[in-house]
Design a protein around this ligand. Sequence first.
Ligand code: F6P
Length: 336
Amino acid sequence: MRIGILTSGGDCPGINATIRGVCKTAINHYGMEVFGIHSGFRGLVDNDVVPLTEASLTGLLNMGGTILGTSREKPFKRRGTAVSEDKPAMMLQTIRERGLDCIVCIGGNGTQKTAARLAETGVNVISIPKTIDNDVWGTDFSFGFDSAVSIATDAIDRLHSTATSHQRVMVIEVMGHKAGWIALYSGMAGGGDIILLPEIPFDIHRIGDAIINRLKKGKPYSIVVVAEGIPTVDGKKAAQYIAEEIEYETGFETRETVLGYIQRGGSPTAFDRNLATRMGGYATQLIAEGRFGHMVALQGNSMGAVPLTEVAGKLKLVTEDNDLVVQGRRMGICFG
Ligand code: F6P
């Protein structure tokens, strides 16, 4: 059996560990041949495919980024496509020419959608959820999330000493696209006083009150963790908007930090390495069992498979009854 593997969408820590998990299991356990497809679905369109061997898998477990390269190519979207370019047909041609029996697609929400469309054309597809945002529906966690949370938590830890020394409000913006998972998990782990998520509406006056109440309790400083996806005005970035509003509301000296792409770079945590390894291995098992058209998922502490048709187009968002939100509120953390 010959399998092709691609990585698509934004990179994150743990992708290379997943590639390693898929390929080593395929080669050593199932005796399959493995081919790397460069730059996501663009490589399938352009027939940019190379064989992967044990030698090409050296040093991948702790390496950030993706050795295959990635892109946000959406081959089933017609807009912006040259009339002469029938990308779906070009992908099928590559798959036929290379004799690939299955395509493993590693990616976030956009990738799951494209993988589902590819499966509809009759191609054997298995996908693996990958995102720092943790917003892929159907899996409890995606690899990359724990690494991003650990980087953001470290950054929040570092803001505490400067916040207390200067008696300032420090606002830190973390990634997450439309979801607040990174803000929630890093905000709670880093001891944030106010945590703002796209999923929970906030009132800026209540945030001001929370900061002033802290002053009354002898805490003339605050740490505010905001998700990049919260609503703002005039196209302002989340941190800038909240910092300006807080300064206006409270008169407190306020500083902002936008953590940015640091959250996506570098080595995965041990948790992410193991999750990536398990997901990669399970994806290969699904191929060997012929259970195509599924996304690998972490369900509780077990590996499971969710039909791609169920995953595509859905987002997993934070809800009010999330344990960490409930516990945070009980401890007096302001969610807005
Ligand atoms: O999905 C991962 C992510 O890092 C989001 O958190 C962020 O909104 C987005 O990607 C940034 O995308 P790009 O890499 O296209 O700038």
